[in-house]
Design a binder for this molecule. Structure first.
Ligand code: BGC
Length: 738
């Protein structure tokens, strides 16, 4: 057992014995009851009765500790065996203290910080009776149309794996409120982010190699870190929906990973096997799901309605039910719910929104902001940002004085009243004497509050305009995909008008962009001098933006998902394959044209790529050294470079290590992230940054679908982002050659 967090994969013989004793006393009906998870809104007044009869094993998203205790009392004191419920909650980026959305959190590239944020979220969740957190969401997402890109760590499996581990450690921390333990639930297993066309719940048809190389690693990392449960996804994979997919649920989880945790379906996903067209009715759905390896049916009602009869008819072996129930009971014993089923009702007021959690939310928000552009207004002049705090400021835009939208999607128990707006952040930073004019200018969508003239007048009367634009919280998240990724409503018109007014007088315009996904910013990049991507930044977003705009904090976030130039490029991501006719080579001349893998009418590069983000200072990369030009398969690649802060301010730089396997038995991406370090440098300070990467981490699933590293030549880069860097080479040799 690790001393900072619980590892729910570590079996304890004493608990195993308790599980067996209890299991032996259970009727088939009671066993199936443990496999049923319901929402508090289910069944009208029937929930208590069902719990009393032992027909419910867990509940989800019960927001009141009083209600949780009430239900728990029925389970413990009124049901025949007194088995407590497990309470699951969607704590996606904070419980009451809402942090930036996970995509923004990931843009900090700071696993320790995210571990602390996850721990804070778990502490608040524990204080309100939660035992089980339905997160981290570890779906690799390469399509910004997909609304759920907001919930994850972006496009890269390596970064996603590191951050998945950090979040599991945070959620499963020791020492949470009330002495409670919490179990994490990485989701949605698996390849949910690969939905065709970016439509939620849509078909996924990927190769087994892509599944194993790209989509599985963050799940494996989360389970290796001790996550005790997993949630299967809504989507099909190559014709088989995850909820009845024995290949992913049994073969991969149980046989290959040898993992003992609980598999939970997504909401009604077992029932939806009917709509998928692989089950004629709910009974067949139940049969397929249990045979494939589901342990708990979340709100599909298939298990509670049909498992008993399926066992009695001999269609499902009781041993499968026993195995599932063993896993569920084990988790309940491991979590300590049998000894401590209730949560002290006064705990919440001591834990929620603690000052240190509000401070932590501010730190995450500050570090998650990505400076996309910061140009001087005239050649050789100073960049637009940071703004002088004595400047006259016009603060404009639909999100400049908004609270609720800054919470983002999946805001759990977050409340708009907890949020600091950008306007409040500006006032706090600038003080009482500030010359600050606020004009909304337009709504996020629709014609309400339209006042472009007012915004222009404010900009004309000011020294600088700050325009806060973006998406509402409900434009991303579950079932909220978008086909157009521009600014909704009149926002573009508002921005154009303000830019035109300021351009005439040579004044800076700064855009603060708050969104749940990468947007298409091609016009903006051409016309606006400074752009800060601030995401949906949680309760401290307003203050974090103000700190960055006026220079108290130097921006340091870097993108974890590519920003396309146009929707037609999607999916666009850095770790693509070379193809036989790469765009950056000459191409084959046929019919007098170079035939290459490209568009006639657009670049193949993203507008802002993976790993990209500017600072108020500048960093220079020099003196790459590959200490291991020849390295054996069981060895460690060692590469270093010097990074120097060449500017006038201190700042953090996220230094990235990429490799390319030049020749493989199957094709390899043009670059793959294999390491990163966030370093802090004073002006003119330099640091030698060394990466040590086990060669075993440089492998992939080859022709026979086995994971391995191949001997041969590689390129390596130490880089500020995925499209730059110092390049070196190394060779992997067989173990006996080195
Ligand atoms: C979502 C899950 C979530 C569950 C319970 C589903 O619709 O896909 O992410 O955990 O609901 O709220």
């Amino acid at each position: 057992m690790n001393d900072s967090h619980y590892d729910f994969n570590h079996l304890d013989p004493e608990i195993e014995a308790q599980v067996e004793t209890l299991l032996a006393r259970m009727t088939l009906e009671e066993k199936v009851g443990q496999m049923n998870q319901v929402s508090p809104h289910w069944g009208g007044g029937e929930l208590e009765d069902a719990v009393r009869r032992g027909e419910v094993g867990s509940v989800l998203n019960v927001w009141s500790v009083e209600r949780i205790n009430q239900l728990q009392r029925v389970a413990v004191e009124k049901s025949r065996l007194g088995i407590p419920l497990i309470v699951g909650t969607d704590v996606i980026h904070g419980y009451r203290t809402i942090f930036p959305i996970p995509l923004a959190e990931a843009s900090t590239w700071d696993p320790d910080l995210l571990e602390r944020a996850a721990r804070a979220a778990a502490d608040e969740a524990a204080a309100t009776g939660t035992d089980w957190i339905f997160a981290p969401m570890v779906d690799v997402a390469r399509d910004p149309r997909w609304g759920r890109i907001a919930e994850g760590a972006g496009e890269d499996p390596y970064l996603g794996s590191v951050l998945a581990r950090a979040r599991v450690r945070g959620f499963q921390s020791q020492g949470l409120a009330g002495g409670k333990k919490i179990v994490a639930c990485p989701k949605h297993y698996v390849a949910y982010g690969a939905a065709e066309g970016g439509k939620d719940y849509n078909t996924v048809d990927i190769s087994e190699r892509t599944l194993r190389d790209i989509y599985l690693p963050p799940f494996k990392a989360a389970l290796d870190e001790g996550a005790g449960s997993i949630m299967s996804s809504f989507n099909e994979i190559a014709g088989v929906p995850a909820s009845c997919n024995a290949f992913i649920l049994r073969q991969i989880l149980r046989e290959e990973f040898e993992w003992h945790g609980v598999v939970l379906s997504d909401y009604d996903a077992i029932g939806e096997l009917i709509q998928h067209g692989v089950a004629a009715d709910l009974k067949e759905a139940a049969r397929k799901a249990i045979l494939a390896g589901e342990d708990i049916d979340m709100m599909g009602h298939a298990f509670p309605k049909h498992l008993v009869e399926l066992v009695r008819e001999g269609q499902v072996p009781e041993a499968l039910i026993d195995a599932a129930v063993r896993r569920i009971l084990r988790l309940k014993f491991m979590l300590g719910i049998f000894e401590h089923p209730y949560t002290a009702e006064e705990l919440a007021s001591q834990v929620l929104l603690k000052p240190e959690y509000r401070d932590l939310a501010l730190e995450v928000a500050q570090k998650s902001i990505v400076l996309l552009k910061n140009a001087p207004l005239e050649d050789g002049g100073a960049p637009a940002l940071p703004l002088q705090s004595n400047a006259r400021i016009a603060l404009v835009g639909p999100l400049a004085d908004d609270r609720a939208e800054l919470l983002g999607c999946w805001a759990c128990a977050g409340r708009a009243e907890d949020v600091e707006t950008v306007l409040e952040g500006f006032r706090a930073v600038l003080g009482a004497g500030a010359d600050l004019t606020y004009v909304k200018g337009c709504a996020l969508e629709g014609d309400e509050d339209l006042d472009i003239e007012g915004a222009v007048a404010a900009a004309e009367a000011a020294d600088a305009a700050v325009v806060v634009l973006g998406e509402s919280a409900m434009m991303s998240g579950e079932a909220h995909s978008r086909a157009y990724l521009g600014l909704p409503g009149h926002q573009r018109a508002l921005l154009e008008a303000v830019v035109a007014a300021c351009a005439l007088e040579g004044k800076p315009v700064v855009v603060i962009l708050m969104s749940g996904r990468p947007l298409v910013l091609t016009w903006m990049k051409e016309h606006v001098p400074a752009i800060l991507q601030a995401w949906h930044g949680g309760i401290r977003a307003g203050r974090a933006v103000a700190d960055v705009v006026f220079g108290a904090v130097t921006p340091s976030g870097k993108l974890v998902a590519s920003f396309p130039r146009t929707e037609g490029q999607i999916p666009v991501y850095y770790a693509h394959k070379s193809t036989g006719r790469p765009v950056d080579e000459r191409g084959v001349i046929q019919f007098n044209r170079e035939h290459k893998s490209q568009y006639l009418d657009e670049s193949t590069l993203p507008l802002y790529g993976f790993g990209y983000g500017l600072s108020y200072t500048t960093f220079e990369y020099t003196d790459l050294a590959v200490q291991t030009p020849e390295v054996s398969m069981d060895g460690t690649l060692v590469v270093s470079a010097t990074v120097t802060n060449t500017g006038e301010r201190c700042g953090d730089e996220i230094v990235q290590l990429y490799i390319q396997d030049l020749v493989g038995e199957v094709t390899r991406p043009v670059r793959e992230l294999k390491g990163f370090q966030r370093i802090a440098l004073q002006p003119r300070e330099r640091q030698r940054v060394t990466f040590e990467v086990p060669v075993a981490n440089l492998g992939f699933h080859g022709l026979e679908m086995a994971y391995g590293v191949e001997v041969g030549n590689f390129k390596v880069w130490i880089a500020p982002h995925a499209y730059a860097g110092l390049e070196g080479r190394f060779t992997v040799v067989g173990s006996d050659e080195s």
